[in-house]
Design a protein around this ligand. Sequence first.
Ligand code: NDP
Length: 477
Amino acid sequence: MTIYKNLIAGEWVGLDATKNINPSDTNEVVGLYADGTTEDTKNAIAAAKAAFPAWSRSGIWERHVILKKAGDEIMARKDELGALLAREEGKTLPEAIGETIRASQIFEFFAGEALRLAGEVIPSVRPNIGVEITRDPLGVIGIITPWNFPIAIPAWKIAPALCYGNTVVFKPAELVPGCSWAIVDILHRAGLPKGVLNLVMGKGSVVGQAMLDSPDVTGITFTGSTGTGRRVAAASIEHNRKFQLEMGGKNPMVVLDDADLTVAVEAAANSGFFSTGQRCTASSRLIVTEGIHDKFVAALTEKLQALVVDNAMKPGTHIGPVVDERQLKTDTDYIEIGRKEGAKLAFGGELITRETPGFYLQPTLFTEATNQMRISREEIFGPVVSVIRVKDYEEALATANDTPFGLSAGIATTSLKHATHFKRNSEAGMVMVNLPTAGVDFHVPFGGRKGSSYGPREQGKYAAEFYTSVKTAYTLA
Ligand code: NDP
């Protein structure tokens, strides 16, 4: 089998490899991907550092053309890349193609942003002095990504990093290197100069750690778990380096008595269970007022009964497998914890066998949960959702905000008053009215508050906040 190698200083390198396994069919090896070392990472950082002066001064047209070319190729290959994504991560083929299209759109967006770089010219408070405010690239950006969006998250970090003139060392999650390799290959062939984008696949504890330890990495953008995020933060403060963290969530969706039942059930089923509940924006707490509670639980349970859990590549599958054995164990451990805490298992909770061997788990719904139970406070990151019954809107809002996280929050209601109040008073970074908490646009800011995020927002024009450093220049006229 071919080994997909790391890209360091414009050369494909690496002899040792790790198997990329299909979670829908554990007999299938998706590919062999290089296992980077500390030395590889150091070489990649050195290459990115050496490439920075020229790339940071490169013309914006050159950056535009490369990013546009990459976006076009990803779109042209959406079915093939979508299939690769579904095979390595386990989300259904339509979801995976959708994510691939989104990656293409992100490159298109930042191809445009490259042509819209601007500063400000402002009069000084002192006479005969002009002030210019410009944005400079940061330098070498370390990009560390999780396994749950194998193409979109790399795209929304790599595209702005390059757009604003930075060079990159990119480490994808070990479980899903395939899509990352593909987009780095696409960008390399699109004409990026040597060393501008370096790919080092391998273990977080080796490659990721070497990035954290390097004084030459000027900024780190990280998406992943809260635990690893804290390590990134601590190491970055040590090196006086800019960093951005997107971490976990325990996103609430409030369902009020006056909600349109169909809208509420669709939104809850989608954001709780699609992509196997493995989205940082998934709703894992459904906070439901008394008057609609029983109707809502009955309708949602009926909906869950109709959802097909099977091989991600199979037509008709609604929910693919859990990503790997370790995550499956986390999910089943939490199901056990929920039972012991006294929540009622209203649906699911069991492992399922399918034609191909994989990590299949029924969508799982707990009712009679409280917001103090561990299943309501800790991120599970699987298709496991709890319903919390509350008296009224005020209690629903207080419960929604009573969490260490603050990524996304939703409300299902036909009341303008409550929708407006919720948008203003939710403590989450993103608020959805009559929509799933997951599913966001690519051209507007993405990010959370409290324990979910740290640093500037990602995506859209707000991405410039992280990937650039502001300079204020004064000139005597
Ligand atoms: P992890 O934190 O385990 O891993 C994230 C990345 O960090 C991986 O590339 C991992 O490498 C790497 N890493 C691990 N250890 C280190 C280290 N010591 N130094 C540097 N890098 C390291 O998260 P998961 O991949 O398990 O992703 C799931 C988590 O991500 C969930 O908690 C989820 O909520 C969160 N997430 C948040 C999002 C958001 O935007 N808020 C979006 C998507 C996910 P390796 O794979 O080799 O271990």
